[in-house]
Design a protein around this ligand. Structure first.
Ligand code: FAD
Length: 319
């Protein structure tokens, strides 16, 4: 079922979360082990992130460096299929531009359709660690809007090769999610420009927006207001993440270009140990979630970042 159908049918605010595929060499049972406890809350859908290949340099016997390509977290589509098969819950694979050309994307969408997957979260992907800016694959997409257009074309029965066109009964009907940034995407020169391109993604066919994580609800409320005044009317699902370590006070802002309120920083800095930090992070996320839920948001989306057990405590307190 589509994410938007879950939203339309829901009587109360829903919750969803995203998981990361396990690191290469790890068992899918690790995923089930962490998902099992969350099933008691009946999540309507679960996102599975996509992780692009990376380049590493390995020293050869002669001392020269050899470039190798590795995918540390493969298996997004397989995990989606396994989640749907084991729990009967909709899985939302993330689909990125990076590393894909348009033909590879079309083939990936055909796989998803054959697996009965109705949803995709469409993203550009970050630049490779070895590159300063994002570079599209040859014949790939430079921006997420183009990937949204490709998915929407298939929804309208248009393949890359028009000899396969299915005007009357297209096989595809993906519900398309996209990313939005309450504190602006780091490359955008200003919020207005970022909203302009966000609207382009909606006009191209996106059905809902999931936000980057934020720690101050005011940022989300103000973002929603700006989106609405620009005419963006699709659901805007807030993304929440509990802080779990002191290190994240620096790593989250530098990785995701966001602010952490001073009050939260002060509390975490005072914490004596990791357990206390987790407790503070979870309590903060609970307060944020309660306020968002009371404001009538359709869904709250939790970033597990490999720690779904924290989400259990939050969801138990909020839902
Ligand atoms: P875009 O919408 O393409 O925007 C990127 C930048 O370009 C923005 O600054 C925008 O303002 C600008 N822009 C857009 N269109 C144009 C245009 N036509 N001309 C000029 N400028 C333009 N990354 C992964 O690799 N895997 C994941 O699974 C993943 N999941 C995510 C889930 C969520 C909810 C979020 C918020 C992010 C996720 N990301 C993921 C990270 C995401 O890929 C990065 O934030 C990336 O840098 C931008 O992706 P985007 O889809 O927002 O890009």
């Amino acid at each position: 079922m589509k994410v938007t159908d879950h939203i339309d049918k829901a009587k109360n605010s829903l919750f969803s979360f995203e998981i990361l595929p396990p690191l290469r060499g790890h068992d899918i049972k690790d995923i089930f082990y962490t998902l099992d406890p969350l099933m008691e809350f009946n999540p309507p859908f679960i996102d599975v992130t996509y992780h692009r290949e990376e380049f590493v340099y390995v020293e050869k016997e002669n001392g020269l460096l050899q470039r190798r390509t590795i995918s540390r977290r493969p298996g997004t589509v397989g995990i989606c299929a396994a989640i749907m098969n084991k729990y009967g819950i909709d899985a939302v694979p993330h689909l990125i531009c990076g590393g894909f050309n348009r033909q590879m994307t079309e083939n990936a969408l055909i796989d998803l359709n054959f697996l009965g997957i109705d949803n995709v979260l469409v993203l550009r992907g970050d630049p490779l660690k070895s590159e300063k800016s994002f570079f599209a694959q040859k014949d790939g997409h430079q921006y997420a809007v183009k990937l949204v257009e490709q998915v929407q074309n298939l929804n309208n029965g248009k393949y890359l090769d028009n000899t396969f066109e299915q005007k009357d009964s297209p096989l595809f009907d993906f519900c398309i999610g996209i990313a939005g940034y309450p504190e602006k995407h780091f490359e955008a020169p200003n919020m207005e420009s970022d909203l302009f391109f966000l609207k382009k993604k909606v006009e191209a066919g996106a059905n809902y927006i999931v936000t980057q994580m934020f720690f101050d609800n005011k940022k989300y409320f103000s973002f929603v207001k700006k989106c609405r005044s620009e005419g963006i009317s699709v659901p805007i699902i807030p993304g929440i993440k509990p802080i779990t370590s002191k290190k994240q006070l620096n790593s989250l802002p530098s990785r995701f270009y966001l602010n952490i309120p001073h009050e939260l920083v002060k509390e975490i800095e005072k914490a004596k140990d990791k357990k206390m930090v987790s407790h503070i992070g979870i309590e903060w996320a609970i307060q944020q979630s309660k306020e968002l839920k009371d404001s009538g948001v359709e869904v709250i989306h939790y970033y597990t970042m490999d720690k779904p057990e924290n989400i259990y405590n939050i969801v138990q307190a909020v839902y």
